[in-house]
Design a protein around this ligand. Structure first.
Ligand code: FAD
Length: 619
């Protein structure tokens, strides 16, 4: 396994090809990377100054569309676009809704809230609507569920989503897993199984693997335990008309329009980021200098910045010199694929090393009709996987020309997903169809199409990066804090202060990173608005003109003046200290008590107390 801080590679200058020079390099062409690029162009950066590097041949990351061939019962064959990544979203994700509007995309409500969902947990199959989720629960279970929701809500109030490590209970909450908390708080077996099933459906891992502190922030992002469990929903589930990938298409079109056709580089995998040395390095030995410095010289870069190294789709190495870099990829991917010179902070390394994703294997089953709606069902399922690998199901409508197909998207998560992914695909298909038959009846077997997506389809990113116990309280502050002297910024949903793990989080983190970079590129002074929990030195970024001769002289004069003032102040403080110490020593040598001193000082008024006492002692 490669480490984050690899030793600096040396290469002869003559072998380096001239590097392209840009203002900002963005690693990752998912929602976050594209939003960051759009924001930077909107701030006034010119075409050619911002480049998005995406390692896949398609954009979108965890938002992904696949086109599959389906043979209909009529004998006709159709090509169907399927959203195989994130299929829909909760309308309370304001940033996403606003972005969709800006891109002139329509929003449509999914059928998920328009019928009952099937809850197959604890050997009981219940069909409940969002409004009557408690249907089928006995009194003790209903009470237990309400109490759990209230307890989590109370925790959500004391834990700050953007800086959970600062909460008064941070250390304790980070020392126990979500499972441990549930063991302590939940009383009925049914509710324990229900909440565990919801956790596995939402995060693709067991509650035993997630720190309670992180769990609270994830619940905050979802808007409460009720929202996670699909009940008490205050906002409907929505999707973009034409599929979630339309938002990626819209963003990519805008970025390419403003930034030119080279603004997005497909199949470009970034493997290394190296901080450039300042102009001072020009005096070094020119036969063996670091690759980054060599590139900077070849590109004629005199200021500071970073060199971005990687491989393109044909396996050819590429290098680009940028003033700033924004990494908009999941921490697990970064840790596995990228190295940094100098190494990123120890806290950031630890955060990336211990971040993990759950396991998700998706199977999409296509039907010509939404037959489940005839029974008043939405197509949604939550299951504890007692009788099969499917943890949850969501319905989706796929339109292709005149043809409208209905899909049941089956998520096989955590251990059950892992076990089923080892099976032969025809056996897995049989298991999935058997479960659908149990929930939706015989018609579930009349599928017209079946698509099997492995976890690697999302680049191993799962749904979201998660943290086990003992990470967030200690290293959480490094989540979005820049590295490499402010040259390296973090975006991606995992770096977000709000809605972490969700689409809104990806947008939020991208906007924050792009805003910071745009500000320093403009040369604005932003040193006074450091976000909560950040050290000022991380926030006080270098300005682009830093490193020029005039700026350096100015800095030296200011520094010298500071040192002189400091010296004078310490001299003054030392003289006061000297006087006080001598007085105290005289006082001590006279060996008088507090009371005697008080009497003497009252008698002599503002005169010299010591002289007065000495005079008395002499008498
Ligand atoms: C099945 C599924 C269902 C989901 N359901 C929901 C939902 O209902 N609601 C919701 O809000 N969210 C949901 N999500 C989560 C949501 O999709 C993500 O939060 C969001 O898409 C993350 O976007 P991102 O840009 O931060 O990261 P990503 O989408 O992971 O994008 C990162 C990109 O960086 C690229 N990359 C990584 N490393 C490199 C490298 N070294 N060089 C170049 N490129 C690199 C990757 O290929 C990828 O394209 C779901 C996710 C999945 C997978």
């Amino acid at each position: 396994r490669r480490r984050c801080g690899a030793p600096r590679r040396l290469a002869p200058l003559s072998k380096m090809s001239a590097a392209e020079q840009i203002d900002v390099g963005i690693v990752g062409g998912g929602l976050s990377g594209l939003v960051a690029a759009r924001k930077l162009f909107a701030s006034g950066l010119a075409a050619g100054s911002v480049v998005v590097f995406e390692q896949q041949e398609t954009l979108g990351g965890r938002i992904r569309r696949e086109t599959v061939d389906v043979d209909l019962a009529s004998g006709e064959s159709v090509r169907v676009p399927l959203e195989v990544g994130c299929p829909s979203f909760h309308a309370r994700q304001d940033k996403l809704v606003a972005l969709a509007r800006e891109l002139h995309l329509d929003l449509v409500e999914t059928s998920e809230d328009q019928g009952r969902i099937v809850v197959d947990v604890g050997e009981r199959v219940r069909e409940c609507s969002a409004k009557a989720f408690h249907a089928g629960l006995d009194r003790a279970e209903a009470l237990d569920l309400r109490r759990a929701a209230a307890d989590i809500e109370a925790l959500c109030e004391v834990v700050e989503q953007g800086a959970p490590q600062l909460s008064p209970k941070a250390e304790y909450l980070d020392s126990i897993s979500a499972a441990e908390w549930m063991r302590q708080r939940l009383r009925t077996e049914y509710v324990k199984t229900l909440v565990e099933a919801a956790v596995q459906a939402a995060f693709a891992t067991t509650s035993a693997t997630i720190s309670m502190l992180h769990f609270v922030t994830l619940i905050q992002a979802h808007g409460g335990l009720e929202e996670l469990l699909h009940y008490g929903r205050t906002h409907p589930e929505q999707q973009i008309a034409g599929g979630m990938s339309e938002i990626i298409r819209g963003l990519a079109a805008e970025v390419a329009e403003v930034g030119g056709d080279k603004a997005i580089r497909f199949g470009h995998s970034v493997t290394r980021i190296e901080l450039l040395k300042s102009e001072g390095s020009a005096s070094q030995d020119v036969t063996h200098i670091s690759l980054a410095e060599g590139l900077a010289r070849k590109a004629g870069v005199s200021g500071r910045g970073v060199a971005i190294f990687g491989k393109d789709g044909r396996g050819q190495a590429f290098q680009v010199v940028a003033k700033y870099v924004i990494i908009a990829a999941s921490p697990t991917r970064v840790e596995r694929q990228m190295t940094f010179t100098p190494a990123v902070s120890a806290n950031r390394q630890e955060l990336m090393r211990r971040c993990f994703t759950g396991f998700v294997h998706v199977a999409i089953v296509l039907y010509e009709t939404a037959f489940w709606a005839e029974r008043g069902l939405s197509g949604g399922v939550l299951s504890d996987c007692a009788h099969g690998p499917v943890s949850s199901v969501r319905s989706q409508v796929c339109e292709t020309g005149e043809q409208k197909l209905h899909a049941l998207v089956c998520y096989m998560n955590a251990e059950h997903g892992r076990a089923s992914s080892m099976l032969d695909s025809s056996r897995r298909r049989r298991l999935v169809l058997e479960q659908l038959q149990k929930w939706f009846g015989e018609k579930a077997l009349d599928a017209v199409g079946y698509v099997d997506m492995s976890r690697d389809s999302y680049g191993g990113a799962g749904y979201v990066g998660l943290f086990p116990t003992g990470v967030l309280a200690e290293h959480g502050h490094a989540r979005s804090r820049p590295n490499m002297h402010g040259r390296l910024h973090w975006a991606g949903t995992e770096a977000s202060d709000v809605s972490q793990g969700l689409l809104d989080g990806a947008i939020h983190a991208a906007e924050a990173a792009a805003r910071r970079v745009a500000l320093v590129l403009e040369g604005s002074s932003i040193a006074h608005s450091a976000p909560r929990g950040w050290k000022k030195k991380d926030w006080k970024l270098e300005r682009p003109n830093e490193g020029t001769g005039t700026e350096k002289t100015r800095l030296r004069i200011v520094g010298l003046a500071g040192v002189l003032i400091g010296l004078l102040l310490s001299l003054y403080a030392a003289s006061i200290l000297y006087v006080e110490v001598t007085k105290a020593m005289r006082f001590k040598s006279m060996n008088i008590g507090d009371e005697e001193f008080l009497v003497a000082s009252q008698q002599c008024g503002s005169g010299d107390v010591y002289a007065e006492i000495a005079q008395r002692e002499a008498l």
